[in-house]
Design a protein around this ligand. Structure first.
Ligand code: NAD
Length: 480
């Protein structure tokens, strides 16, 4: 097996993982992996093609014949082994994320840990599911859908692979994973962990390659029953449309433009710095980031003052430094994408309270941007409607509670939302009117058993725990 060696040597990855072994790529295209803190090429990856993908699908199909009939006890034991294997290398997985896409260590560490925990959450979900239910002369069993294609985004690639794989294994599905091509080094470390768990061959197969090559083959191949995808709305639409030809089941985890409502009874000295943390999560490259901060008009001046003071804590720097809150963007393209939105915000008449265009001083070499807060933002401005995927927060003033709820829901997205207030009954009442898959009250909260997924353009279906497993199952009723 190829090992990831010293950080200062150029690494090469030329293999995929098919039928329990690392095999040389049939595809010949080579892609550079670039370190986002300084633009240096750190690895060369050989990308897979349709033939590699078809081989992986065939392996998954063969394995499904046996794996699809395993008992829940067997699958629970596989999940525990996967948990142990990933837990053993949390440090290396975190380091690979930090190096490859510039994820800050204070976010990447817990994120990798969540990936390892996903296997235990799936085991718990598996124990809770009603696999067989009978009444009268009817028996309903939950059956795995078949071979699944798992396609991931780069921004939390290891977590997405673990989450999707955990649900699929719990359900009894075999998989072909197409990780983000921007995450090849992280995927390789993760793959070494999965391989160490010594599962029977063919249960999971991994082909690294382009979305429009490897991903597209998974979407159109009739031997793939389901696609579980995390990524952009544009690609999600393509998958839904092209997958229809073979009646694919789909789970689509897409973008967001999450509102964060500060009610007038919130503790602003606490809630505003927390709101900055939620907006700049993963350097702003997070689907759940709370990027629209809705504040009562009467408290706007106080909020601006607290933002100016609190913004100093969001240090830009080397992502490996535990003090760094905001690292670089993943690529030059993403840097330019974020810059274009900051420019657009200024053009449309929003006011830059902190940050602005260009690199932060001293960080010109990499893809660093200035954490930016806009005030005087109207919800119909481009920066308030479109997902920027960088550390850019829009502050929007509202008049009444009803007004806040209306603005929060005036978006095509519905992935996540946040509400802060001291009157918990009132905060719950507001939360219950937000069209989003998750609403967190008073902070950024997580629960591995709670469903994750979006309303509206934020996606189709749910992941996490029992909900994630159900997405890989079909009920079958037998009537006597
Ligand atoms: P992307 O859509 O560009 O790529 C995601 C994956 O899809 C990659 O592996 C890519 O290679 C693949 N792909 C591209 N074209 C394809 C095609 N035609 N067929 C099949 N697969 C194809 O997204 P990205 O830039 O990697 O990630 C950023 C986006 O992901 C943002 O919009 C973000 O909000 C979203 N996201 C959502 C969640 C969530 O849980 N809802 C989590 C993280 C990121």
């Amino acid at each position: 097996m190829e090992a990831i060696t010293a950080r200062d040597t150029l690494r090469t990855i030329t293999t995929h993982y098919i039928d329990g072994v690392f095999v040389e790529s049939h595809g010949r295209e080579i892609m550079d992996i670039i370190r986002p803190t300084n633009g240096q090429v750190i690895a060369r990856v050989t990308l897979g093609d349709e033939e590699d993908t078809r081989r992986a699908i065939a392996a998954a199909k063969r394995a499904f014949a046996t794996f699809g009939r395993t008992t829940t006890e067997e699958r629970a034991s596989y999940l525990r082994r996967l948990h142990e294997a990933v837990s053993a290398r949390i440090g290396e997985l975190t380091a690979a994320m930090v190096e490859e896409y510039g994820g800050v260590v204070q976010f990447a560490g817990p994120l990798v840990q969540s990936g390892a925990n996903a296997f235990l959450a799936a085991e718990k979900g598996l124990q809770e599911l009603p696999w067989t239910r009978s009444w009268g002369k009817t028996t309903v069993t939950l059956e795995p859908v078949g071979v699944a294609g798992l396609i991931t985004a780069w921004n939390a690639n290891a977590l997405f692979i673990c989450l999707k794989l955990a649900s699929a294994v719990a359900a009894g599905c075999t998989v072909v994973i197409k990780p983000s091509e921007l995450s090849s080094l992280q995927t390789r470390v993760l793959l070494e962990c999965l391989n160490a768990a010594k599962l029977p061959k063919g249960i999971y197969n991994v082909v690294t390659g382009r979305g429009d090559v490897v991903g597209a083959e998974l979407v159109r191949n009739p031997d793939v029953a389901k696609i579980s995808f995390t990524g952009s709305v544009a690609v999600g639409e393509t998958i839904m449309r092209d997958g229809a030809a073979t009646m694919k089941r789909v789970t689509l985890e897409l973008g967001g433009k999450s509102p964060n409502i500060l009610l007038d009874d919130a503790d602003f000295n606490k809630a505003v710095p927390t709101a900055l943390g939620i907006a700049f999560l993963n350097s702003g490259q997070a689907c759940a980031a709370g990027t629209r901060l809705l504040v009562p008009k009467s408290r706007l001046d106080a909020v601006k003052r607290i933002i100016r003071e609190a913004a100093h804590a969001f240090t830009v720097g080397e992502p490996a430094d535990p003090k760094t809150a905001v690292g670089p963007m993943v690529s030059q393209k993403q840097y330019e994408h974020v810059q274009s939105y900051i420019h657009k915000g200024i053009e449309e008449g929003a006011e830059v309270l902190v940050g602005g265009e260009g690199h932060p001083p001293g960080f010109e070499a990499g893809y660093f941007v200035k954490p930016t807060v806009f005030v005087n933002v109207r919800n119909d401005m481009t920066i308030a409607q479109e997902e920027i995927f960088g550390p850019v927060l829009c502050v929007i003033a509202y008049d009444t509670e009803e007004d806040a709820i209306r603005i929060a829901n005036d978006t095509k997205y519905g992935l996540h939302a946040f509400v802060s207030g001291t009157d918990i009954q009132r905060a719950r009442r507001v939360a219950s009117q937000i069209l989003a898959g998750r609403v967190a009250i008073n902070g950024m909260l997580d629960d591995p058993d709670a469903p994750w997924g979006g309303f509206k353009y934020s996606g189709v279906g749910r992941e996490f725990g029992r909900y994630g497993i159900e997405a890989f199952l079909e009920p079958r009723a037998i009537l006597e």
